[in-house]
Design a protein around this ligand. Structure first.
Ligand code: 6PG
Length: 257
């Protein structure tokens, strides 16, 4: 497993624009290398501010947005038009301003279409299998998965990533690609999430973290905490794991770093 690499930026705003530029460059590189690019998006204020920064970054024209697949790490299981939807927030922040191919926008299902988060999770797992068939790639863990060039993750103050929370069933799930959550400690309680093996199938995993309330979780994760207790500690890209953090989130790093 690749050791995490840490980049510290002065504050949350500078961090969001730095991640925006880095992501545009990484997607452009992926398209140069294999024609396509794919990204797994995250919600959270930093994730959405990063998308906002991409929408106005001059370098965005380096990417052919018609050839980008958009996936999500997790979603709130609410109505399709709820302002709580990560999908809606991402559309408003970035996707609506780009010329994208709607067939490549892979959003989780909502309460409009599914009776439970478990059904929405199973449908997302099928969508992943379908896309895997297209890419003829195998996730390596027996889960057929498409290629993800970059997977973005926010980190909660408790160390959660996507909707995988400390000490709950989701973080232990190794056999399914996506899970429904009924009792999230952070509202709304019903959610849908990718599982850790899917997250760790990405070529690059970028954890984007800002704020002093994340300093403890960041420090524990980088000190190599157990991933059931601190889910962020278990997130690893195949080729690269980047922690892109602001000064405040970097306040309690282990001495070894
Ligand atoms: C959620 C949030 C959450 C978020 C982290 C980091 O689903 O309730 O999206 O998981 O990603 O708490 O959020 P910030 O970027 O706002 O710090």
């Amino acid at each position: 497993n690749v050791e995490p690499v840490l980049h510290i930026h002065p504050d949350a705003e500078i961090l969001a624009s730095a991640v925006a530029r880095r992501l545009i460059a990484r997607l452009a590189l992926a398209q140069n290398q294999h024609g396509e690019a794919s990204v797994v998006l995250t919600g959270g204020s930093l994730g959405i501010n990063t998308l906002r920064a991409m929408a106005t970054d001059a370098s965005r024209t380096e990417v052919d947005w018609q050839r980008v697949d958009f996936w999500w790490g997790d979603e709130r299981f609410v109505a399709k038009d709820s302002p709580d939807r990560n999908e809606l927030q991402a559309r408003q922040a970035l996707l609506d301003s780009l010329d994208i191919d709607e067939d490549r926008v892979h959003a989780f299902g909502s309460t409009d279409d599914f009776g439970s988060p478990h059904e929405a999770a199973e449908a997302y797992a099928q969508e992943l299998r379908r896309a895997a068939g297209r890419d003829a790639d195998d996730g390596g863990d027996g889960l057929p998965l498409p290629r993800f060039d970059v997977l973005l993750l926010g980190v909660g103050p408790d160390g959660h990533i996507a909707s995988l929370f400390p000490d709950m069933a989701g973080i232990r799930e190794l056999d399914r690609a996506a899970i429904g959550v009924e009792d999230s400690p952070k509202p709304p309680p019903q959610r849908v999430s990718l599982t850790l093996p899917v997250i760790n199938s990405a070529e690059e995993v970028w954890l984007v973290v800002a704020g002093e309330d994340k300093a403890c979780a960041t420090g524990l994760a980088l000190a190599g905490a157990n991933d059931v207790q601190v889910p962020a500690a278990g997130a690893r890209g195949r080729q690269e794991t980047l922690w892109l953090v602001d000064q405040a989130a970097a306040a309690r790093l282990p001495d070894a770093l």
